[in-house]
Ligand binder design. Structure first.
Ligand SMILES: NC(=O)c1ccc[n+]([C@@H]2O[C@H](COP(=O)([O-])OP(=O)(O)OC[C@H]3O[C@@H](n4cnc5c(N)ncnc54)[C@H](O)[C@@H]3O)[C@@H](O)[C@H]2O)c1
Ligand SMILES: O=C(O)C(=O)C[C@@H](O)[C@H](O)[C@H](O)COP(=O)(O)O
Ligand SMILES: [Zn+2]
Length: 364
C-alpha cells in the first residue's frame, strides 16, 4: 500500500495469480480509477444502468480530461445480461475504433459488471477492464474474481468467461442512493461468506443487524472487507473454478433455478438466501450439519428480511433447471454443503428423494 492510499484510509486487497490486481476499498476514491486503468488508455466505454445515469455522467466528466469517454447506458438488472446488450456495447466500441489499449469500466450492480466484464473479455479478444461496483453484492462479490457473463433463455449465466479486471474500486459513497432492500439483498452474499469461511461475519450480524447493514458504520466496512478478502483468497488460488472456488457457489444451485423460474423478478440475493436455506437442510438431512447450524441460517436470514421458503409445488421445474448448473457433471448434480460453519464440502449425486425432502423443509 502506498503512503497516499494509507493516508486516505483506503484498504487494498490483492488478488494474486497470472493476472494480479488490487481491490481498493474506501470513500470518495473514484479518482483512483486512472491508476487502475493503467498506462496508454485513450478511450473508455463506461457501461452503466439507467438508475446510475447521473453518477455516470459525473464520472464521465471527471475522466474526460484524460480519456475520450463513451457512455453505454444499458437496460437495468438482469435485462442487461443479454447478448443483444453485449452486441450494443461491441457496436459502440467498433464504431469508435477501440483498440487493445482502450478500456471498459463496469459501473453498476452485479448485473452491469457481469455484462461489462463479458464485453471487455470478448471485444478484440480482450481489452482492459476496471470494475466500479455500486451495490453491496457488486462490492463483495460480482466485481471481483473475473466471472463475467450473460443469461440465455435456458438459464442463468450460461454464457461467459473468466476474465480478470485490471482493478476494482469499491467506493462506499456510491451506496448513498441504494435502497435498504438492495443493501439487504447484497447481504445474502455476505452471509454466504460467513457460513462457508468467516464466522465473524455471522457474529457481527447477530450482534447488531441494524449497524452491520448501515454503510456508514465500522461493522459494515468490516463485513464487506472480510467478504472481499475471502473472495480474493479463493479466486487467487482457483481462478477457473477447478475445485476450491466452488464454495463461493453455496446456495446458488437452487438459487439460480429460482431466479430462472421467477423470470428474474426475484433479486439474486433473495434467491440465494432460499438456496442457502435449502443447502443447509440438505446438509442436515445428509447427516452432516448439526440442527443448530441449519436453524442459524434461518434466524440470520430472517433478521435480514431475506426469504427462507419457496412454494413446494415448483419442485419439478426447479429440478430440471438445476441440471444445467455449472457444477453438474454428466447429468449428476453436485451441491456445496456444510459439515459445520466454515467447513464447506461437495455433495455429489444425492438421491432425488433426499433433495425433495430437503426442499419440503423449505416449502411454503
Ligand atoms: N460475477 C460474479 O462473481 C457475481 C457474483 C455475485 C452476483 N453476480 C451477479 O450479480 C447480479 C446481482 O447483483 P446486484 O444485486 O448488484 O443486482 P443489480 O446489478 O441488478 O442491481 C440491483 C438494482 O440496484 C440498482 N442500483 C445499482 N447501484 C445503485 C445505486 N448505487 N443506487 C441506486 N440503485 C442502484 C440497479 O439499477 C438495479 O436495479 C446477478 O446477475 C448475479 O448473477 C455475479
Ligand atoms: O465467484 C464465484 O465463483 C461465485 O460463484 C459467486 C456467486 O455469488 C455468483 O453469483 C456467480 O456469478 C455464480 O456463478 P455461476 O458460475 O454459478 O454462474
Ligand atoms: Zn451470487
Amino acid at each position: 500500500m502506498t503512503d497516499e492510499t494509507t493516508d486516505r484510509g483506503i484498504t487494498t486487497i490483492e488478488v494474486t495469480g497470472t493476472d494480479a490486481y488490487t481491490v481498493e476499498v474506501g470513500r470518495t476514491i473514484l479518482d483512483r480509477i486512472p491508476a487502475a486503468l493503467g498506462d496508454n488508455v485513450s478511450k473508455v466505454l463506461l457501461v452503466h444502468p439507467p438508475t446510475l445515469a447521473e453518477k455516470a455522467e459525473a464520472l464521465r466528466a471527471s475522466l474526460a480530461g484524460r480519456y475520450q469517454v463513451l457512455l453505454a447506458e444499458i437496460p437495468d438488472a438482469e435485462t442487461g445480461k443479454r447478448v443483444e446488450v453485449a452486441a450494443f456495447c461491441w457496436q459502440i466500441m467498433g464504431q469508435a475504433d477501440f483498440t487493445r489499449t482502450d478500456a471498459v469500466i463496469g459501473f453498476g450492480g452485479g448485473a452491469t459488471t457481469d455484462v461489462a466484464g463479458f464485453v471487455a473479455a470478448t471485444f478484440l479478444r480482450g481489452v482492459r477492464l476496471v470494475q466500479v461496483p455500486t451495490t453491496v453484492a457488486g462490492m463483495v462479490d460480482a466485481a471481483i474474481g473475473g466471472k463475467t457473463g450473460i443469461n440465455t433463455n435456458e438459464g442463468k449465466n450460461l454464457v461467459g468467461s473468466f476474465y480478470a479486471p485490471a482493478g476494482v474500486i469499491v467506493d462506499f459513497d456510491l451506496l448513498d442512493t441504494l435502497s435498504k432492500n438492495e443493501i439487504l439483498a447484497g447481504f445474502a452474499e455476505i452471509v454466504k461468506c460467513g457460513f462457508i469461511a468467516e464466522p465473524e461475519i455471522l457474529d457481527l450480524i447477530e450482534a447488531d443487524v441494524d449497524r452491520v447493514t448501515d454503510p456508514s458504520t465500522d461493522e459494515f466496512r468490516r463485513v464487506v472487507e472480510l467478504s472481499i478478502a475471502l473472495k480474493a483468497r479463493v479466486v487467487s488460488e482457483d481462478f477457473k473454478e477447478g475445485g476450491l472456488r466452488e464454495i463461493l457457489n453455496y446456495g446458488h444451485t437452487l438459487g439460480h433455478a429460482i431466479e430462472h423460474a421467477e423470470r428474474y423478478q426475484w433479486r439474486h440475493g433473495a434467491a440465494v438466501a432460499v438456496g442457502m436455506m435449502f443447502a443447509a437442510e440438505l446438509s442436515r438431512l445428509a447427516g452432516r450439519l448439526p440442527d443448530a447450524v441449519a436453524d442459524r441460517h434461518r434466524s440470520i436470514l430472517d433478521s435480514l428480511s431475506l426469504p427462507t421458503e419457496y412454494p413446494v409445488g415448483r419442485w419439478n421445474t426447479l429440478l430440471a433447471t438445476m441440471k444445467r448448473d455449472k457444477k453438474a457433471r454428466a447429468g449428476m448434480l453436485r451441491f456445496i454443503v456444510l459439515d459445520d460453519v466454515a467447513k464447506p464440502t461437495v455433495l455429489a449425486g444425492p438421491e432425488t428423494s433426499l433433495l425433495f425432502t430437503a426442499y419440503q423443509e423449505i416449502g411454503s
